[in-house]
Design a protein around this ligand. Structure first.
Ligand code: ARG
Length: 260
């Protein structure tokens, strides 16, 4: 099981790369400008490097956001097309009308609210710090003494770490998996990433890594929607409400052991 996961995560990195290359020819949606009521497919952008929310298993997309967005599309009565893109291009792509919405463990924050609208929140999370098991770094404050902190570009982990420890200490990775890989190979001393993915990466790497207790503020994940597409925002909110009420959200969380 451990091995299987590890391979899956390794593959996720590879897949992301190949998909990024293929991405240049991706079709451009027009939902930003027009009413999406007549569309029969919604394009959802995600960065599939973030288990248990979105990751690759072979050629398949897996994870809570993937299943939830499919369930949302079903409720709305449309098909779903998932596009795997770098995390830091999701909000901009949704804003530009390239994707109908983004679902990628995206934390609601004021900066992003200037570019996109958010659905109602569907998950809460906090940032975690991962270090090597034999590391002497014991807590958030001890990170002030290290030289290199790895983060995924454009995430709240990135902005928090930059604020707390200064630009000079931050090493940014486009793909989250690469940040964890850099920690494994000693290129960075710690990685700041959301709590559930932190747990998954630690699990996938045997006993090589550990999570430090931290005191970061709670964050809320929501879908990002183009500001001109309030119709879709409303439909997503209604779908999330229905999927919470009928137990689908709980079922998906339980499937990925993310309900506790
Ligand atoms: N919650 C964090 C943020 O919104 C990290 C999300 C990263 N998501 C991903 N699929 N890699 O910035």
């Amino acid at each position: 099981m451990k091995m299987k996961k590890m391979t899956a995560l390794g593959l996720a990195a590879l897949m992301t790369l190949s998909i990024l290359t293929a991405c240049g020819s991706a079709k451009t949606g027009d939902s930003g400008k027009t009413n999406s009521a007549k569309k029969d497919t919604l394009t959802m952008a995600t960065s599939a490097d973030f288990p248990p929310y979105e990751y690759m298993e072979g050629n398949d997309y897996k994870g809570i956001d993937i299943e939830l967005s499919k369930a949302i599309a079903d409720k709305i009565g449309v098909k779903l097309e998932v596009q795997n893109v770098p995390f830091d291009s999701i909000v901009a792509g949704v804003q530009a009308g390239k994707y109908d919405f983004g679902m990628s463990g995206i934390t609601i924050n004021d900066e992003r609210k200037q570019s996109v609208n958010f659905s109602d929140p569907y998950i809460t999370a906090v940032q975690s710090i991962i270090v090597k098991s034999d590391s002497s770094i014991a807590d958030k404050d001890a990170l002030k003494t290290v030289n290199k902190i790895g983060v995924q570009t454009g995430t709240t982990g990135d902005s928090d770490a930059t604020k707390d420890y200064g630009e000079d200490k931050i090493t940014r990775y486009t793909v989250a998996t690469d940040a964890v890989q850099a920690l494994m190979t000693g290129k960075v001393d710690a990685v700041i990433i959301d709590n559930k993915p932190a747990q998954e990466y630690v699990k996938a790497n045997g006993s090589a890594l550990k999570i430090l207790p931290t005191a970061y503020e709670e964050e809320q994940y929501a879908a990002a929607v183009n500001k001109n597409n309030e119709d879709l925002q409303k439909k997503i909110n209604q779908a999330i409400k229905d999927l919470k009420a009928d137990g689908t959200v709980d079922k998906i969380l339980a499937k990925y052991e993310a309900n506790k």
